[in-house]
Ligand binder design. Sequence first.
Ligand code: S3P
Length: 639
Amino acid sequence: MEINKLNGSLNGEIRVPGDKSISHRSVILASISEGKTQVKNFLMGEDCLDTIKCFRKLGVKIEIKEREVLIHGVGINGLKKPDGPLYAGNSGTTIRLLTGLLSGQSFETTILGDDSLSKRPMERITKPLSLMGADLNCNEDKYPPIVIKPVDKLNGIKYKQSKASAQVKSSIMLAGLYTDDDILINQPEISRDHTERMMKYFGVDIKVDGKKIYMNGKKEKLKSRNIFVPGDISSAAFYIIAALIIKDSHIVIKDVGINPTRTGIIDVMLEMGANIRVSNKRVVNEEELGDIEVKYSKLKSVEIGGDIIPRIIDEIPIIALAANFAKGKTIIKDAEELKVKESNRIDTVCYELNKMGMDITPTEDGMIINGGKKLKGAKVDSKGDHRIAMMLAVAGFISEGKTYISNFNSVNVSNPNFIKIFNSICHIWVEKNWIFIYNLSVKKKRRIMMKNKLPIALSNRHVHLSQEDIEKLFGKGYELTPIKDLSQPGQFACEEKVDLVGPKRTIQGVRVLGPARSQSQVEVSLSDGFTLGVKVPVKGSGSLEGTPKITLKGPKGQVELDQGLIAAARHIHMSVDDAEEFGVEDKQIVKIKTYGPRSLIFENVLVRVREDFALEMHVDVEEGNAAGLKNCEEVEIIR
Ligand code: S3P
């Protein structure tokens, strides 16, 4: 992804996708409850979708409709043995919570993950679960895959956590649903408490007293309840910080979860001098939510550590960036946990932000930032970590020049609409593989190219007609009827169709494209040539000299063209500006690389430059299919 410095400010109202932690838990608890649960505003990110796939494999019927999920609970003992391993993808929450839940089942399961998850530590859950009697096996005793074997009985546990972790306590609590003994968990600091709240909401007898969590031996059945998932404050964090550091910004983020175990980002930023206000507070399904208003602010440095860390654990990458815009030295400590997240977040944040000009030094348990440096665009890498990708994009918006972020797609893990939401407040938007920025200060639309990339269009067989031939085919004085604009300015598809009559066969109903041209021309594929019984030459549009004849049949008459049947040569339309940006000239022949399972290189592609051309490569449907391409897919010029 290529990001340019943003010249405008951020203004307006947005909503962020549903909370990731709550979305996961809604699927887990609803699956083992009695009855149907409807979950609104579910996060359709890759992590939560992986949790859904796991439960489907465990025999739970789950329907997805836009942002709504309907879960047909199977009851506490209704899960079925899956027909293969469960795949948790990139999601630590999925594997850790499911291991707890599946420790108490009467069948064996294996849970796998992607490369990143396969390097993340699991002893933190296997240790307490084994103390409860679970039979678990990991790779090298600590990494996924985890093999979970059935046991006769799980025991209760009194567990003192050495580190605060919501995933660990939740794993124990879920296993705790499958024992008649009591559970007591003692936390060093309070981590996010969504499991506790949702279990209570589903009717589980669970008590929380400060840092202690108790579950009563006798377990009630879970009763299905409908859920609204508040917006994810961890996703909101990127917009909050962007608005705080981009001049003149003023945004409101509606319906965000403000559960106090998650609002550390607001507390830290208030301490840094931020202008943030939370209003419209209310509670749904045991979770608080509200609207967060943020205005551009002058920030000051802080020291962050101790019991706030679990409340900002996922926001530290973006807080580190914010610290560059604060006067003085910001110190983040007690956060060694960052080393075992989706990437080693201490190393990745420091290494990538240093490249952009920040003065940031990693320490054993955090980082030190000397604020006030001017940032410059750079080639950076998210290391496949969604939160790093989003933080680097915000850094790119405020850096001089271009920032290239590799592995940007990881944003799909928690916010597939990350750029789209920014579009709505900073007037950046993506159209056919181009990023547009509306520069508020000069009121001008500026386009940023994704290096050497352009969209492709597949042309179906069609006919261009002279006015004289239009009248012969459709009647005297006839005018074409436009039904749809084409991407090239002034060009349109018409309602009218004609038949192509060849020596062998006729092809019926071929679309006419407008407006009328000086000479008629028929563009077909090579296979169409076989159908018609004519050897069709590959030619550039308008180069009709010596091309085969063809007969056209319309409702009012027939035209015998003595030349004009061609298979259009591959070509690219582009404007003078595009040509300059790509470094090519009119009539130049280039190569085009395509992507996907049938990727190939198209040679002999003609560049056609004209001031008003819209950037697009054209091939016919037959060629497009050979490369497995669809309209608007991205291809790349290579030389
Ligand atoms: C999560 C807990 C946190 C957090 C993760 C989601 C959860 O991890 O970093 O993104 O949903 O329980 P830890 O429990 O490992 O601190």
